[in-house]
Ligand binder design. Sequence first.
Ligand SMILES: [Zn+2]
Length: 340
Amino acid sequence: MADRLALPGFVNAHSHAFQRALRGRIEGGDFWAWREAMLDLARGLAPGHVRAEYAAVYGEMRAAGYTAVGEFHYVGFGEAEAALEAAREAGVELVLLFAAYARGGLDRFRQDSVGAYLEQVEALRDADGRVGVAPHSVRACPRDWLEEIGRYAELEGLVLHVHADEQPREIEECLAEHGVRPVELLAETGCLGPRTTVVHATHADERELDLLAEAGARVCLCPTTEANLGDGFPPLEGLLERKIPLCVGSDSNVRIDPLEELRELEGIARRQTLRRNVVPVADLLAAGASSGAKALGIDEWPGIEIDLGHPSLRGVSPAEAPAALVHGCGADVVTSSREG
Ligand SMILES: [Zn+2]
C-alpha cells in the first residue's frame, strides 16, 4: 500500500522484562541503589506473575515494532518457561538468554554448579525454546564457569551473551580478582567469538575493543537504559573504527521504543565526534534489526509496517521516510506487524 512502508521488524537484543515495573519508582540513587530495588522486585517474582507481566511487556514491544526479543533471564527456571509462554502469547520471537549465576545476587538467580546450569539449558532446549547461554557477568561467574560455558556454546553452536564493562566498579573488581579486565577475561576463557554479544561495553578500553574486533564479537548498546542508570557513554568511535557490529536492546525497559534507541546511539556519536551522520541511517536500521537477529542467532522474524500518513511523517516523501523515522519519530508510527 502506498501509505505504508514495509520494514524488517526491530530486534530487541537485550531485555529484562520484569524491570519494566521499576520505571518511575526508583529515580534518585545511583546504579547500585537501583540494583537493590531491582533485587527487591526480583525476590517477589513467580511463574504466574511472570507469564502475565511479561506478556504485557512483550505486547508493548510488539506494538512498538520489536518483533524479536532476546530476554536475558536470571530470575529462575520455572520463570524461564513462563517467559517463553508469554512471548508466544504476545506474538514475539523470543530467544531466551538463560543466565548462569554462580555468586552474588539472590538465591533464585543462582545454580549450584555450572553442570546444574547446563542441565537447565538442556531442559529448556528440549522444551522447544530457542535458547542462548548467558554467563551473567564476570561479577557473577568465576573463571571455571566461564570456561565451561564458553566450551559448551562453541560445541553446540549457541549464541553467548554477557554483560561487561557497564560500571567502573565491575572492572576494578575484575582486575583485583583476575589481574585482567572483563573483556580480557572473556577472551581468556573462550567466551569471546563470532557468536558472542557483549552487552554495554561502556567502559571498554582500547585493548578490550581490539579483542572484540579480533574475535568478531558484537556489542549490544542499550542507550536509554545506560542514560537512565548513569552508566556513561559507550566508546562509539572506537567501536565504529574497528567495525565491531552493533545492535540495541531496551534492557531495563524504562523505554520501549526502538527508534529512540537508534536516535540516541547516533546522537551520542554526534556529540562525541562533533560530526553528523556518523552512523548512516541504513546502518542504524540494520543495527536495530538484522544485526540484532544475528546476535540472537535467528534468520527469520516478523516484519512491520510504518504509517506514512502519521502526523510525524506529514510531508515526508517515501524516500526520506527511513531518515525521518530514525531522527524524527517515536514508535507510534508503527502501524502493524506482518508475518515475515
Ligand atoms: Zn542487562
